[in-house]
Design a protein around this ligand. Structure first.
Ligand code: RB5
Length: 222
């Protein structure tokens, strides 16, 4: 049976996706989960979700996600339980990630790698198989356990339960971290004061801070 592969890309990866579908489609069954037309303003999570879910449900064997850097797609994909996604721009990681870590979604950055390297990465990823060795299984089980620990999903928002310490975003009990918070506030205040003084000395020399929007997006950030 041919390997089933779901593929998705935003505008940053659209062209590369089309070419990979042409190339990989000769040897594997590729399901194109969009974008189906180029849209300079589309958002990668819209393609990450169908690809990730179809991998997690076992409807396909592997997923490939492409955006500009591969990063956004990877971050989003790893929010889906059952998905193990990584940006791999070297062939060693692309196959070893599968062999040791049971990587099931490869993320690529079309602004980072060209079509030839992307093809080699995809082939290395698709040809690789999880070894199933005891030590890798043991680690995989520990990774899977992270998906079902409630403290990993509601730590920031939830109120402390009776008798339990509230946690800071860093996972530090809030009362232990009060000193650090005070110190940070003092440091911030000092920094603000310094900046104000500098501003007075330098005058109102306002500059664009380098946020460059490309022509193709009509000035809107992509
Ligand atoms: C889109 O411009 C770009 O931000 C996106 O494709 C991706 O690179 C995000 O990580």
């Amino acid at each position: 049976m041919r390997l089933r592969v779901a593929i998705g890309a935003d505008h940053g990866g659209f062209e590369l996706k089309q070419e990979l579908i042409r190339r990989l489609g000769q040897n594997v069954d590729v399901s194109d989960m969009g974008a189906h037309v180029y849209d300079a303003h589309d958002d990668y999570p819209d393609y990450v979700v169908p690809v990730g879910r179809s991998v997690a449900r076992g409807e396909v064997d592997r997923g490939i996600l492409i955006c500009g850097s591969g990063v956004g797609a990877c971050v989003a994909a790893n929010k889906i339980a059952g998905v193990r996604a990584c940006v791999c721009h070297d062939t060693y990681s692309a196959h070893q990630g599968v062999e040791h870590d049971d990587l099931n979604v490869l993320c690529l950055g079309a602004r980072v790698v060209g079509v030839e390297v992307a093809t080699e990465l995809a082939v290395a990823f698709l040809m690789a198989r999880f070894t199933g060795e005891e030590r890798h299984l043991r680690r995989l089980e520990k990774v899977k356990a992270l998906e079902v620990q409630p403290e990993n999903t509601d730590r920031v928002e939830r109120e402390a339960a009776p008798g339990e310490s509230a946690l800071t975003d860093e996972g530090i009990p809030a009362e232990d971290d009060e000193g650090a918070e005070d110190e940070q506030e003092e440091a911030d205040d000092e920094e603000d004061e310094d900046e104000e003084e500098e501003g007075e000395e330098e005058g109102e020399d306002e500059e664009d801070d380098g946020d460059i929007d490309s022509e193709e997006d009509g000035g809107r950030k992509q």
